[in-house]
Write a protein that binds this ligand. Structure first.
Ligand SMILES: Cc1ncc(COP(=O)(O)O)c(C=O)c1O
Length: 407
């Protein structure tokens, strides 16, 4: 094991971490916000707030510029087309947008939709709703015993000519980093449209949406140090142009007659109603901040923590660590179980030391069934964590063993 690689020293930039004794290991659920994000939103609301794309007065022009700057910043950061970058409410809504628009227009009775056994419910239930509505079949790429996708089974499913293949970039439970560029290549060769759920990848590693080349790439601002209330859908512009609108209302139209309307250009066509403007500004600040840190450094820092945590977790009696055994194959997430304690008890006992971890099914019930458990405990890491945080978790797990595991 390399010496402690505390290459990021950003803890002091997170106001909430000033709370005494807080060891926040739940960034996979939602990330804490650095001061620059809070200040950008505060500044916007104090000095620039106005509705976007409507007013011609200076305040509205400023607001619109700040809002559109955030879109450009996000798209440029991830090498995605600005025109194809649509703001939604969260990642779930972004996936539903695709299912309800592209899906309802293109998926028919008897068609196949492919997802995987390791998806968050947002990349499962959205497709179930579509499949049930049109009479399509939902198929799952299984995982192997190391928590990696069975690409041989994907290949077999691709021979059935699925309409869409929807896969997580990084599993929110196993941490598995999926070979999404290769999956997109194979799916496209088989004639399928592709959607990648990048929700756990974007905050944790360099992501090049252009190089992955999926038709749709989805993420959510609140897990990437930005605010809640904003999801991002990067779509192939030609595809977005061909799609029906999702939600009707203001801003998404070109003209409205009594019986029919015509649609605005993308991305406005998919952004009905008043947008999450302050949220977009906050997301833009988060992106600028992450870009300033450098995603290679973010990845190196979190990889060090995950490797250290896996090494230390192995000292806990009766532990099962789910997912890839090699930290290099993981994002910033570790799920585990203890023979002698329920995950909720584990989370409650480590919380006595201020350690915040998540216990439950993590919105991944099909995966829980595959793992043969009802729930796991999950620690997830962020730029502000250090090895001392891991040590606190380990101390808490020794407490759990003392309480439940003693013979
Ligand atoms: C992999 C993955 N996809 C999608 C989501 C849903 O994100 P949101 O709650 O922002 O819609 C999550 C949230 O936990 C996630 O981890």
């Amino acid at each position: 094991m390399a010496a402690t690689a505390d290459i990021l020293d950003v803890r002091a930039q997170f106001p909430v971490l000033e709370r005494e004794g807080l060891v926040y290991l739940d960034s996979g659920a939602t990330a804490q916000k650095p001061a620059v994000v809070i200040e950008a939103m505060d500044d916007f609301l104090r000095h620039h707030n106005a509705s976007v794309h409507r007013g011609v007065y200076p305040l509205a022009v400023e607001s619109t510029d700040l809002f559109e700057d955030a879109r450009t910043r996000a798209a440029t950061w991830l090498n995605a087309p600005v025109r194809g970058t649509v703001f939604t409410k969260n990642a779930s809504e972004a996936i539903n947008l695709v299912a309800y628009t592209w899906g309802l227009d293109n998926v028919k009775a008897g068609d196949t939709i492919v997802t995987t056994q390791m998806e968050h419910h947002s990349n499962v239930v959205s497709w179930q709703l579509l499949a049930q509505r049109v009479g399509a079949k939902l198929e799952y790429v299984p995982i192997d015993d190391e928590g990696k996708l069975r690409l041989d089974v994907l290949d077999e499913l691709l021979t059935r000519g699925p309409k869409i293949v929807a896969v997580a970039h990084v599993s929110n439970v196993l941490g598995t980093i999926n070979p999404v560029t290769e999956i997109v290549r194979r799916a496209r060769a088989a004639g399928a449209v592709t959607l990648i759920d990048g929700t756990q990848a974007v905050p944790a590693m360099p992501v090049d949406v252009g190089a992955i080349d999926a038709d749709f790439y989805v993420w959510t601002a609140h897990k990437a140090y930005g605010p809640t209330g904003l999801g991002i859908l990067h779509g192939r512009p030609e595809l977005l142009e061909s799609m029906s609108p999702f939600i009707g209302g203001g801003h998404m139209i070109s003209s409205v007659g009594e019986q029919e309307s015509t649609w605005a250009e993308i991305p406005a066509k998919f952004e009905a109603g008043t947008s999450p403007i302050a949220e977009a500004v906050g997301m833009g600040a988060a992106v600028e901040w992450l870009d300033g840190l450098g995603m290679e450094r973010v990845r190196a820092h979190e990889l060090d923590l995950v490797a250290y945590a896996m090494e230390r977790l192995a000292e806990i009696p009766g532990i099962t660590i789910f997912g890839p055994p090699d930290a290099a194959d993981r994002g910033a997430v570790i799920s585990f179980g203890l023979d002698y304690a329920h995950p909720h008890d584990v989370a409650e006992i480590v919380a006595r030391r201020g350690v915040c971890v998540r216990a439950g099914h993590h919105c991944a019930q099909p995966l829980m069934r595959r793992l043969g458990v009802g729930a796991t405990t999950r620690a997830s890491f962020a730029v502000h964590n250090d090895r001392g945080d891991v040590d606190e978790l380990i101390a808490g797990l020794h407490d759990v063993h003392d309480i439940f595991g003693a013979d």
